[in-house]
Design a binder for this molecule. Structure first.
Ligand SMILES: Cc1cc2nc3c(=O)[nH]c(=O)nc-3n(C[C@H](O)[C@H](O)[C@H](O)COP(=O)(O)OP(=O)(O)OC[C@H]3O[C@@H](n4cnc5c(N)ncnc54)[C@H](O)[C@@H]3O)c2cc1C
Length: 473
């Protein structure tokens, strides 16, 4: 009988931890130089690709309209947008580099087989700035995996890195749990692309306190920050605040992990949002939705019980993309309050006061229109329309954590910076695990994938060039 012969490899040139966008972009770039590359991921093959599976688009600078982008998006405009959303809390050198490199990312990623489609319309307003993957993040990943595998990149699924041997800033080997066994794998260089720590509720609680028990995690349960934690224990410099993250309001009925995009609710701007006390707490119409959606997770996290309710009426139902769950509906505001278990009288008063404060204007969901309230605290500055046409609707929402920002500090080569500002010899980081270098706070739609794509490519190139130089010398 023929026996399966398995090639035993205990050393690779480059070990990449994490098979999402950042890891795959790094793998392709590194493998192009001829070096041996292994990607390990804790997920099974079916669930490969971490949070990247859930994505729809990426934000890249471009000088002219393309087949799928409706107009130019210059580097300067991109940088201004980033400065605005982060309130200047970004590393300017790295963010300018990322934006400049994002221009070549689009054609590069297309060459790897990824296909794009025209932007989704409606209130997303991303048709000029963001490129949408045909078939979404999973199709995008399938293309990257197929290209990487054809090039000879090895991939180990269901393989979790649980420890790293690092001596004086130099990576030596990783302990990996695979097929129920712990093995030690040596590599000449390490690229950490293992996401954030959003799925590690205990770590989130250290940062946020017990309220983190009420957070929902929008993506993979595998991004537990094990590699980041180990790197931190072994002397890397970190960047970012552990409470900073991308967090949106998602349906409170979503599963604890991996609910994905279909649980997100984009209708805040069309109604009012009340807390458990049936009171409003923030201007729902502050800015266009793509520029503000990422503040709502944090806002809801600050409310009692970490829950809130988006309330709107019949004409608004058609204005936004439906989510997985149907809204809770009622023929009167009083009945709605009953269904939501909110104090009836207070909710009726909140809606009455709001309706009386709405001033006449021309409603236009695509611009900062002149429909606003006057005399409310807080005001609603745009898209304010009376909530008066039955049926009345509500979505309960909780903070949906997308990814955390505390991460590994890197330089422009994606090389990890150790304590005392010394550079690691052979360790690089890309994607969520170093997102804090670009995102000190805030977010603009599509930047997560750009961070991973740009720094993944840089990390792959630099890790390879470091090894090639080392061998030539
Ligand atoms: C619902 C949702 C929608 C999103 N939509 C968009 C969008 O449209 N555009 C955008 O730009 N961004 C979006 N994002 C953010 C985006 O997903 C991330 O910024 C990006 O995918 C991060 O890529 P990454 O490669 O760094 O991490 P990931 O894609 O999360 O990959 C990390 C991988 O590391 C693996 N891993 C973790 N720990 C270990 C370990 N110890 N050992 C081995 N493997 C490990 C995980 O299994 C995972 O596969 C979205 C996120 C979510 C959750």
């Amino acid at each position: 009988m023929r026996r399966n012969v398995t090639r035993l490899i205990n050393e690779y040139d480059i070990l990449i931890v994490g098979g999402g966008n950042a890891g795959l972009c790094a793998a392709i770039e590194a493998r192009e130089t001829g070096l041996s590359v292994l990607v390990v991921d804790s997920a099974t093959k079916f669930y490969r690709g971490g949070n990247t599976r859930h994505t729809r688009n990426m934000r890249c600078a471009h000088d002219t309209a393309t087949e799928t982008l409706s107009g130019p998006y210059t580097e300067d405009e991109y940088f201004e947008d980033l400065m605005r959303v982060t309130q200047g809390n970004t590393n300017e050198e790295l963010s300018r580099l990322m934006i400049a490199e994002s221009k070549t990312l689009l054609p590069w990623i297309s060459r790897q087989g990824v296909k794009f489609q025209p932007s989704l319309g409606g209130t997303l307003s991303l048709g000029r700035t963001n490129s949408f993957f045909l078939g979404g993040g999973r199709a995008m990943l399938n293309s990257l995996y197929s290209t990487a595998e054809k090039m000879g990149v090895d991939v180990w699924y269901s393989s979790e890195v649980i420890d790293l041997k690092i001596i004086e800033g130099m990576f030596k080997s990783a302990t990996i749990t695979t097929n129920g066994k712990n093995i030690t794998l040596k590599a000449k260089s390490l690229i950490a692309a293992s996401g954030g720590f959003e799925a590690n509720i205990e770590w989130m609680k250290e940062a946020w306190g017990d309220i983190a028990n009420n957070f929902l995690v929008r993506g993979t349960p595998n991004n537990k920050g094990k590699v980041l934690q180990t790197l931190m224990q072994k002397g890397i410099e970190t960047i970012g605040d552990p409470t900073q993250c991308h967090a949106v309001a998602i349906d409170a009925r979503a599963p604890k992990f991996d609910g994905g995009i279909i649980t997100r609710l984009d209708c805040v701007v069309f109604g009012v949002v009340v807390n458990l006390e049936a009171k409003r707490f923030y201007d729902e119409g502050e800015d266009l939705w793509p520029k503000r959606y990422a503040i709502w997770g944090r806002l809801v996290a600050q409310q009692p019980g970490q829950i809130a309710y988006i309330i709107f009426d019949a004409p608004c139902l058609e204005l936004f993309m439906p989510s997985l769950y149907p809204p809770i509906s009622a023929l009167t505001v009083s009945e709605l309050a009953e269904k939501l278990e909110l104090d009836k009288q207070t909710l009726i008063e909140t809606i009455d006061k709001y309706n009386k404060a709405v001033t006449p204007g021309s409603f236009n969901p695509f611009i900062l229109d002149d429909c606003k309230t006057e005399g409310l605290n807080p005001e609603k500055s745009h898209w304010a329309q009376r909530i008066e046409n039955a049926p009345f609707y509500a979505y309960p929402v909780r903070p949906g954590i997308t990814f955390t920002y505390l991460g590994a500090k890197v330089n422009r080569d994606a090389r990890i910076i150790m304590k005392k500002d010394e550079l690691s010899n052979n360790m690089f980081a890309a994607g969520e695990i170093m997102a804090g270098n670009i995102l000190g706070s805030g977010y603009a739609a599509g930047i997560g994938m750009t961070i991973g794509g740009v720094f993944g490519r840089i990390a792959g190139r630099e890790a390879a060039s470091f090894l090639n130089k080392k061998f030539i010398n």
